[in-house]
Design a protein around this ligand. Structure first.
Ligand SMILES: [Zn+2]
Length: 414
């Protein structure tokens, strides 16, 4: 058995450390592109046996926020012959979320190793997993070059991925690749390594409801109409917040569709002015049984049933968010190999579910319909704090070594 819980310093540790030292924030501005490019060049250098394809992604979807009007670099790595069927494909990202509004005790880009942890932004999400996969792929390919291995490593995952993984997957398709399965390196268990896997994620869809009023002087309320004092405001909020769906999928661990009211805003611009309108924002996390259009219609039907169609205008507020499709898999050979390897390593089978936020796993079926997609990465909060997107993010050295071992084992099985 692999020695779990022993700090190990393999090549994946050095690579993670060097990646963490590059402040590759999601390139929401052109001046952030260089750092993402540098992190991807480091990934390419760590995979000398692979053919590297640089893919410039551009956001061409008019329904998304126009935040990437320039090309974002992405890297596709192919070990072996892509015409050969089978092989494992890894999906990862080297961009990270900002640190500016958090209080860190450690240098977020220092790559410090102390107390059995490598500290820094991206250590958990997800430079550690990227490094673990690259090191594992090099080792397995040298032992067994006849089966291909793939990695799609993107530079824009953390803000909706309009120009990243999908472009990489299309490149793989153009190369004639048919990977047996796709492994997403996102954090998949909570605190203890190897205790969780994900077979899917719910989609995300935002609606805005505009509640009409009439603006005027607050000293003459009877002359005007304040949307915040509409007698149906409270009931409407109550009905929206309890919209129920019975579409969860217990065997897969996917929760039911849920609506969450994320904001109610009205502002007359002055304490002496009745606001002219109020805006509510509603986020749906939805299962593959729903569509954004269907959810929109259900809200419209509720508004009509309450007799409020004259008062409320419903729009998909594209400035707030975009539709992100859900995905859900049947467990297949990759899931089986992961369960067997993790059970050996940690002594109990991992829990499989389909909870949590969006990942790039949702793009796979757009290019490779029906392919198996499983998410397996480090824990979300490796020491009870300091997890993904948090201050003092870090990855335990033994978790990182174990992750490389797991990737290596499942790569051999596919
Ligand atoms: Zn991530």
């Amino acid at each position: 058995m692999f020695p779990a819980f022993t700090p190990l310093r393999g090549p994946e540790l050095e690579l993670t450390q060097r990646l963490v030292q590059i402040p590759s924030l999601t390139p929401t501005q052109p001046d952030l592109l260089d750092a993402v490019g540098e992190a991807l060049r480091l990934c390419q250098a760590a995979a000398p046996s692979a053919n590297a394809y640089w893919v410039a992604g551009r956001d061409t979807n008019p329904s998304t926020r126009p935040v990437f009007p320039y090309e974002v670099p992405n890297l596709v790595l192919v070990w072996g012959n892509p015409q050969q069927a089978g092989g494992l494909c890894f999906l990862g990202h080297v961009d990270v979320v900002p640190v500016a509004k958090q209080t860190w005790q450690r240098n977020p880009f220092g790559g410090e190793i102390a107390d059995g942890i490598l500290w820094g932004r991206g250590a958990t999400d997800m430079k550690g997993a990227v490094a673990a996969f690259l090191v594992a792929a090099e080792a397995v390919f040298l032992q067994r070059p006849e089966r291909p291995i793939y990695a799609v490593i993107t530079g824009d995952e953390e803000w909706g991925s309009p120009a990243g993984t999908l472009a990489g997957l299309q490149t793989l398709h153009e190369l004639g690749a048919h990977p047996a399965a796709f492994l997403v390196g996102e954090p998949s268990s909570q605190q203890a390594f190897g205790t969780g896997l994900k077979l899917g994620r719910r989609g995300s869809f935002n609606l805005a409801l505009t509640l009409r009023g009439q603006s005027g002087h607050v000293a003459y309320p009877a002359l005007f109409s304040n949307p915040l004092e509409h007698p149906q405001l409270g009931p409407l909020i109550g009905r929206l917040a309890t919209l129920a769906f019975a579409d969860g999928n217990p065997p897969s661990g996917m929760p039911a569709t849920r609506a969450t009211l994320t904001s109610v805003v009205a502002d007359g611009g002055s304490t002496s002015i009745v606001p002219a309108s109020a805006e509510m924002r509603l986020n749906f996390r939805y299962t593959p049984q729903q569509t954004p259009e269907g959810l929109w219609q259900q809200v419209a039907a509720l508004v009509a049933e309450m007799g409020l169609a004259e008062w409320v205008t419903i729009t998909a507020n594209l400035a707030v968010g975009r539709h992100q499709n859900p995905y859900l898999n049947q467990p297949g050979p990759l899931h089986q190999a992961l369960v067997a390897t993790l059970t050996d390593l940690v002594g109990a089978p991992p829990r499989t579910d389909a909870e949590g936020g969006l990942t790039d796993g949702r793009h796979v079926h757009k290019v490779f319909p029906g392919a198996e997609v499983v998410e397996c990465g480090p824990p979300e909060q490796p020491y009870g704090a300091g997890g993904m997107h948090q201050a003092d993010e870090g990855i335990r050295l033994d978790d990182l070594a174990n992750l490389r071992h797991v990737y290596q084992q499942v790569m051999k099985a596919l």
